[in-house]
Design a protein around this ligand. Structure first.
Ligand code: RP5
Length: 162
């Protein structure tokens, strides 16, 4: 049994955000591998990972990076697997730098870009699960149940409004 999703991130400091992607996938019963791969500090690791990702059995890559966030785009340049990019909320520019770095890919090398921070990490996992669920009815059922539980957890009226 191969692991379908690779979660890669530029630094240990990104884990606090990217753990939400891992936790969401785990809740849906989707196995994921987690690796620190920096486009700038460990370029050889990036090339080896991205060029071998399909052969390793991965089907989707979730890549989180902050600041000059070149990791998702460079990974996408080295593989035809779907790459979802999560902009990390950077200290200096609140993640706008990360967002712009990830979202403005040139035509021909796509990165599906999510929101900055925790919401983006969770949604990257949900999007990955949605894609995998196209060929996995059991996962489609778990995803539908996850959405139903989310809807049921939302109160009809705000607390303290009576
Ligand atoms: C990026 O630089 C990483 O993705 C991280 O978000 C940012 C800062 O990294 P550290 O200095 O915390 O290692 O490459």
């Amino acid at each position: 049994m191969t692991t379908p999703v690779a979660i890669i991130m530029g630094s240990q400091s990104d884990w606090e955000t990217m753990r939400h992607a891992a936790e969401t996938l785990t809740a849906l019963g989707v196995a994921c591998d987690k690796q620190i791969i920096s486009a700038h500090r460990t370029p050889d690791r990036l090339f080896a990972f991205a060029r071998g990702a399909r052969a390793a059995g991965f089907r989707i890559i979730i890549a989180g990076a902050g600041g000059a966030a070149h990791l998702p785009g460079m990974a996408a340049s080295l593989t035809e697997l779907p790459v979802f990019g999560v902009p990390i909320e950077s200290k200096a520019l609140s993640g706008v730098d990360s967002l712009y770095s990830i979202v403005q890919m040139p035509a021909g090398v796509p990165v599906g870009t999510l929101a900055i921070g925790k919401a983006g990490a969770i949604n990257a996992a949900l999007l990955a699960a949605s894609v995998l669920a196209l060929n996995d009815p059991a996962l489609a059922g778990r995803l539908a149940a996850w959405r139903k539980a989310q809807a049921e957890a939302v109160a009809a009226r705000p607390e303290g409004s009576a």
